[in-house]
Ligand binder design. Structure first.
Ligand code: FE2
Ligand code: FE2
Length: 258
């Protein structure tokens, strides 16, 4: 099966990028399933019911999350019933689900989300993986993971740790696409970061002035989503349905023409 992973969608312009660019990519590459990180999709912070519905209407099948999962409380109204996967290594009893199963080509695909610990205060993704992987394998034929983390080394270490059981690990969170897409041990598709879907002329999708001022004066202020030209970034992955091994990866960086 062919899966397309889209990097963090930032705000209205990020949603516009999906609306305008995804259909052409779909025509060209013919994906079976589209997974996007939606933690910044609503005004740059979190996810709402309307925004999730909008993104599904553009052809996204599943939304993964990250450190901004709870920024917009509206997510609590939809997290149990919608195709949303939040980090699995949150505390026990947290709302929502850390993995979900989707039926594609008569196969059961498990989409799992983890969040890292470096520069972030979270439970160990490695411990949680050990606790849950047997359950996930019991319910699924293929497993893909969005590992939402800051540090390149942590993402790569996790990907190598799970290679035996997982078809694909994509990194998210930094909003900067890395050029290290590969297939680890001829088995697991990998990229350290998918990148960002949103405004080109921005700092990580946000308006430049607010971010520069925050670094310059260290006065906390709410970032605004930038506007203008837009981009969509992600990774296309082919997985052999029978063996579960990743067979090819193609990094996507597409900008609006005007
Ligand atoms: Fe993000
Ligand atoms: Fe993040």
């Amino acid at each position: 099966m062919r899966i397309f992973f889209i990097g963090d969608i930032v705000g209205r312009i990020g949603r516009k990028a999906v609306k305008e660019i995804l259909p052409d990519l779909q025509k060209k590459h013919g994906f079976d399933f589209v997974i996007a990180n939606g933690e910044n999709a609503a005004g740059g912070f979190g996810l709402t019911k309307l925004v999730a519905q909008e993104l599904y209407s553009y052809g996204i099948n599943c939304l993964t999350m990250g450190n901004h999962t709870w920024d917009n409380k509206d997510i609590l109204n939809i997290i149990d019933e919608y195709a949303i996967v939040r980090p699995l290594n949150y505390n026990l009893g947290s709302p929502g689900s850390g993995w979900r199963i989707f039926a594609i080509n008569n196969k059961k695909l498990a989409v799992v989300n983890f969040i890292g610990q470096v520069f972030m205060d979270n439970n160990s993704p490695f411990d949680k993986y050990e606790q849950e992987i047997a359950n996930i394998k019991k319910e699924s034929d293929l497993i893909v993971i969005d590992f939402h983390a800051e540090a390149t080394g942590e993402k790569l270490a996790f990907a190598h740790y799970v290679t035996a059981d997982v078809s694909c690990v994509v990194g998210t969170h930094t909003h900067i696409q890395t050029a290290d897409e590969k297939i680890i041990e001829q088995q697991t598709a990998y990229i350290t970061d998918l990148g960002m879907t949103g405004a080109v002329d921005s700092i990580l999708g946000m308006s430049k002035t607010s971010v520069i001022e925050r670094f310059r004066y260290q006065i906390p202020q709410r970032f605004k989503v930038a506007r203008g030209l837009y981009q969509l970034e992600g990774l296309l992955v082919d997985i052999n349905d029978t063996t579960g091994k990743a067979e090819s990866v193609l990094r996507i960086h597409q900008t609006s023409l005007k």
